[in-house]
Design a protein around this ligand. Structure first.
Ligand code: SAM
Ligand code: DTB
Ligand code: SF4
Length: 310
C-alpha cells in the first residue's frame, strides 16, 4: 500500500496533541473517506507454539528467561488449529492469526507443519495471518504460495526506545523482515505497543518508523501493554485510555487506508473507551477469551459491545 504523503515528526506530534474532540473528529472524517465506519473486522489469535522463546522482549510473557505463569507448548497439531479456526469462524471471525514464540522461522519439519496449517485454513475460506518471528524472503514466498494473506511483525516502538525494551535483536532486524515480507506477495501487518514507559515522542517515532518502510502496512495493530507478572515491565501502570484513543486517531490520520487494529489491552478498557477507539478509526479487534497467553474480553462481552453499538 503506497505511503501517499510525506510527514514530518512535528506535524504528527501536532496531530497527537490536538484537543481530543478535534482529534477524534478529524480521525473519524479520514476514516469515513476510506472505510465503512460500521464494519469491525474480527480476527482470532491462535498460539500455535507457546513460550520458551530465546528473545528478551521486556513485555513478553513467552520469553524463556522470565518466570511467568504460562503453559508452554510445542507446535500444535494441524487438526487442532483447524478445529479452533472452525469454532472461531462460527462465532464471526473472518481471519485467523497464528502466533509462534520463535526468534525466527527455521526451515524444516516445524515450518512444513505451519505450511500445512496455512493451506488448511485458506481452504476454509478464512483469511490467514502468521506471526512467527524473523523470516527470509524465501520463507515469506513459501508462506504466500501456501495461501497466507498477512504476515505480522511489529516494530513495537521508536528505534531509540527499542533498545530499552529488547536487547537480543535490533530495530533494523525487524525492518529487514518487514522488507522481506514486502518482497513476497504477502500483506504486511505491523504496529506496536504503548504503555511501556515510552514518551509521546517515541510513539510518534514508531509511526515515523512505519512511514520509512517502502510501503505502508496494510494493517497496523495498536497494543496497550498487558503488564505480566515476571516480565521486566510487570509494574508498568495501565496506559490511560485517552492515550490509546490519541494513538489510534493519529495512526488513522497518518495511514488513511490501512486497517488500524485495537489489539492487546482491551480487558483493561471500558466499553465506552473501546467505542471511542472505533470512533477514532480502529476497525478491527482480536476475538476470543485469550490473546496468545493473556485474557481477552471473550465472545459474549464483544457480542454485547457490538449490540450496543448497532
Ligand atoms: N515471536 C513473534 C514476534 O516477536 O514477532 C510473534 C509473537 S509476539 C508475542 C507478537 C507481538 O505481540 C509482539 O511484537 C508485541 O507487539 C505483542 N505483545 C507481546 N506481549 C505483549 C504484552 N504483554 N502486551 C501487549 N502486547 C504484547
Ligand atoms: C499483535 O500486535 N498483538 C497480538 C498479535 N499481534 C500477535 C499479540 C498480543 C499478545 C499479548 C500478550 C499475550 O497474550 O501473550
Ligand atoms: Fe519471543 Fe516474540 Fe515474545 Fe519477543 S515477543 S519474547 S520474539 S515470542
Amino acid at each position: 500500500m503506497e505511503n501517499n504523503k510525506t510527514w514530518t515528526k512535528e506535524e504528527i506530534l501536532n496531530i497527537y496533541n490536538k484537543p481530543l474532540m478535534e482529534l477524534i473528529f478529524d480521525a473519524a472524517t479520514v476514516h469515513r473517506l476510506h472505510h465503512d465506519p460500521l464494519k469491525i473486522q474480527v480476527s482470532k489469535l491462535i498460539s500455535i507454539k507457546t513460550g520458551g522463546c530465546p528473545e528478551d522482549c521486556g513485555y513478553c510473557p513467552q520469553a524463556a528467561r522470565y518466570h511467568t505463569n504460562i503453559e508452554k507448548n510445542n507446535l500444535m497439531p494441524v487438526e487442532e488449529v483447524l478445529a479452533k479456526a472452525e469454532a472461531a469462524k462460527a462465532t464471526g471471525s473472518s481471519r485467523v492469526c497464528m502466533g509462534a514464540a520463535w526468534r525466527n522461522v527455521q526451515d524444516g519439519e516445524d515450518f512444513d507443519q505451519v505450511i500445512e496449517m496455512v493451506k488448511g485454513l485458506s481452504a476454509m475460506n478464512m483469511e490467514v495471518c502468521c506471526t512467527l518471528g524473523m523470516v527470509t524472503e524465501n520463507q515469506a514466498t513459501r508462506l504466500a504460495e501456501a495461501g497466507l494473506h498477512y504476515y505480522n511483525h511489529n516494530i513495537d516502538t521508536s528505534e531509540e526506545y527499542y533498545k530499552e525494551v529488547i536487547s537480543t535483536r535490533g530495530f533494523n532486524d525487524r525492518i529487514k523482515t518487514l522488507e522481506n515480507v514486502r518482497k513476497s506477495s504477502l500483506k504486511v501487518c505491523s504496529g506496536g505497543i504503548i504503555g511501556m514507559g515510552e514518551t509521546v515522542d517515541d510513539r510518534i517515532g514508531m509511526l515515523m518508523g512505519l512511514l520509512k518502510l517502502s510501503e505502508a502496512p496494510e494493517s497496523i495493530p495498536i497494543n496497550a501493554l498487558v503488564p505480566v507478572e515476571g516480565t521486566p515491565l510487570e509494574d508498568q501502570e495501565i496506559v490511560p485510555i485517552w492515550d490509546v484513543v490519541r494513538m489510534i486517531a493519529t495512526t488513522r490520520i497518518v495511514f488513511p487506508k490501512s486497517t488500524v487494529r485495537l489489539s492487546a489491552g482491551r480487558m483493561q478498557m471500558s466499553k465506552e473507551g473501546q467505542a471511542l477507539c472505533f470512533m477514532a478509526g480502529a476497525s478491527s479487534i482480536f476475538a476470543g477469551d485469550k490473546l496468545l497467553t493473556t485474557p481477552n474480553p471473550g465472545d459474549n462481552e464483544d457480542m454485547q459491545l457490538f449490540n450496543l453499538l448497532d
